[in-house]
Design a binder for this molecule. Structure first.
Ligand code: UDP
Length: 411
C-alpha cells in the first residue's frame, strides 16, 4: 500500500570534489555504528517539492555506508491531500476551519496507513504533517521514531496544532529546520534537533552545466538569449506570491524594456490548490510574449530548472512565508544573484554581505533587481559569495552528517 520509491545507487567519493576528504571521513565514522541498521523514511509524495528532492539524494547515500535505508511514499485521495494542504497552511499560521469531518479524514487515513507501516525497521523517520499520526496509530514496535517537520511552525494555528500535538509528542525525537520554527508547546520534554536541509551538488538539478547546454535549453523553452531574464522557480502557491512576481516584473520592465520573466512551477500530487493558482498566473501572463510560464507537465524537469537558475540574470524568490526554501541554495549554488523575501529559512542561506538582497516590499524588489540588471560586476560578486556560502553550510553531506549523528544517539 505504501509506495517503496526506487532510487539509483550512489557513492560518496565523488562528493570529495566539493566538500573535501575530511568531511567524507567524518561521515564514514558517523555512519560506522549504524552499519546494517534499517532506516525507513516516510513522506507524502515521490515527486514534487523539497522533501522528495532531499530523499532522492540522501537515501542512496545512507546505503553507500551499508545502512539499509528505504523510502516510502504514502498513497492518498485528493480529499486527504486537501485536508493536509489545509493543515500545512494552518501550521504556517493561516486560518483553517478544522471541522470534524476534516479531522476524521486525516485520522481515518492515518489509521489505514498505520496498518501498512513497513515492518522490521530500526528507525522510522516520518516527514511533515500528512503521515504524522503513524507513530501513535501504529505503536512503537521495536523502532525509534523521528518526526521531521519541514515547515515553519513558529506560530501555528492553535486549533490545528492542538489537534496534531498529541500525535507529534509520541515521537522519540523531532527535527526542525530552524530553532525559530519549534512551537513553544513542544520545547519542554521533547528531544529536538535542528537541521537545515541541503542540496545535492551532483544531482542533475545542481551539477555544472556547460553554458552552451543551458543556452540550448533556454532557447528550447522559448527564452530569448539576447535579453535579460528574471526567473522564479516555485510551486504555484500563494505563499510564493507568483502574482506579485508578475507585478514586480511589469514595474522592472518599465525601466528595463526587453526584460523577460520565467515562472517555472512544479505541479505536485499533494497540492490541489496549485492548479487554481497556475490558471490565474497563466491568465495574467497571457498576451505578454516575454513572460514564460512553464511546468513539469510541459517538460520542465530538473535539468531545465538547473539551466534556468544558471542562465537567469537575476532570480527571485518572492516568498511571503517559507519553510527552508531549498530553491534558494539551489540558485546560489549556480552563482546567480538572488533577490528574495526575508522569511523562514531564506535569510540564513544568504551570506551576510548579500543582506541587502533580502527584501520585504515590492518597491525593494524592483529597486534591487534594477540595480543588479544594470551592474554585471556586482552580479558576479553577489553570485560568487552566494555559492561559497552554500558550499560551507547547505550541501547534502552536512545534512547527512546531522541525521547520522541524531540516529546514532537515539539508542
Ligand atoms: N522545483 C522543481 N521544479 C519546479 C519548481 C520547483 O524541481 O518547477 C523544486 C525546486 O528545485 C526545489 C523544490 O521543488 O528543489 C522546492 O523546494 P522548496 O523548499 O524551495 O519549496 P517547497 O516547494 O518545498 O515549499
Amino acid at each position: 500500500m505504501m509506495q517503496n520509491v526506487d532510487v539509483a545507487p550512489k557513492s560518496l567519493q565523488p562528493y570529495v570534489e566539493h566538500v573535501g576528504d575530511e568531511a567524507l571521513d567524518e561521515l564514514r565514522s558517523l555512519a560506522a555504528p549504524l552499519r546494517g541498521a534499517r532506516v525507513a523514511h516516510i513522506n507524502a509524495t515521490a515527486y514534487g517539492g523539497g522533501v522528495s528532492e532531499l530523499l532522492r539524494s540522501i537515501i542512496p547515500l545512507y546505503r553507500s555506508f551499508g545502512v539499509e535505508a528505504e523510502w516510502f511514499a504514502i498513497p492518498g485521495r485528493s480529499e486527504f491531500f486537501e485536508v493536509t494542504k489545509g493543515f500545512h497552511n494552518a501550521l504556517q499560521g493561516a486560518e483553517y476551519d478544522l471541522t470534524e469531518s476534516r479531522q476524521d479524514t486525516w485520522v481515518g487515513h492515518n489509521v489505514r496507513l498505520a496498518r501498512h507501516v513497513p515492518e522490521g525497521f530500526d528507525y522510522i523517520v516520518v516527514h511533515d504533517p500528512q503521515p504524522a499520526g503513524l507513530r501513535q496509530l501504529h505503536g512503537r514496535g521495536d523502532a525509534k521514531w523521528v518526526w521531521r517537520c519541514h515547515i515553519d511552525t513558529s506560530q501555528p494555528n492553535p486549533e490545528v496544532f492542538s489537534f496534531l500535538q498529541p500525535f507529534i509528542q509520541e515521537y522519540d525525537a523531532l527535527i526542525f529546520t530552524m530553532d525559530q520554527f519549534v512551537p513553544d508547546a513542544l520545547r519542554d520534554g521533547q528531544r529536538i534537533a535542528i537541521m537545515p536541509p541541503g542540496i545535492d551538488p551532483l544531482s542533475p538539478k545542481n551539477m555544472a552545466l556547460p553554458s552552451n547546454v543551458s543556452s540550448q535549453i533556454m532557447a528550447w523553452s522559448g527564452v530569448k538569449l539576447d535579453q535579460d531574464l528574471l526567473t522564479q522557480v516555485s510551486r504555484f502557491d500563494p505563499w510564493k506570491d507568483p502574482m506579485g512576481v508578475i507585478e514586480v516584473y511589469r514595474r522592472v520592465r518599465k525601466e528595463a524594456p526587453g526584460t523577460q520573466l520565467a515562472l517555472v512551477g512544479q505541479m505536485a500530487l499533494d497540492d490541489p490548490e496549485g492548479w487554481d493558482i497556475y490558471n490565474q498566473v497563466a491568465k495574467e501572463a497571457s498576451g505578454d510574449p516575454d513572460i514564460h510560464v512553464l511546468t513539469n507537465i510541459t517538460g520542465v524537469g530538473n535539468m531545465e530548472v538547473n539551466a534556468f537558475q544558471q542562465h537567469s540574470t537575476v532570480v527571485l524568490q518572492k516568498s511571503i512565508r517559507e519553510g527552508f526554501g531549498l530553491i534558494v541554495s539551489e540558485t546560489l549554488w549556480k552563482g546567480t544573484p538572488l533577490v528574495a523575501g526575508r522569511v523562514g529559512g531564506i535569510p540564513m542561506q544568504m551570506p551576510e554581505e548579500n543582506d541587502k538582497y533580502l527584501v520585504e516590499t515590492n518597491d525593494e524588489y524592483v529597486e534591487r533587481i534594477l540595480e543588479l540588471l544594470g551592474d554585471p560586476r556586482t552580479r558576479q560578486e553577489v553570485g560568487t559569495r552566494g555559492r561559497a556560502h552554500v558550499r560551507d553550510r547547505f550541501l547534502i553531506t552536512r545534512l547527512l552528517a546531522d541525521e547520522l549523528r541524531l540516529l546514532g544517539s537515539l539508542d
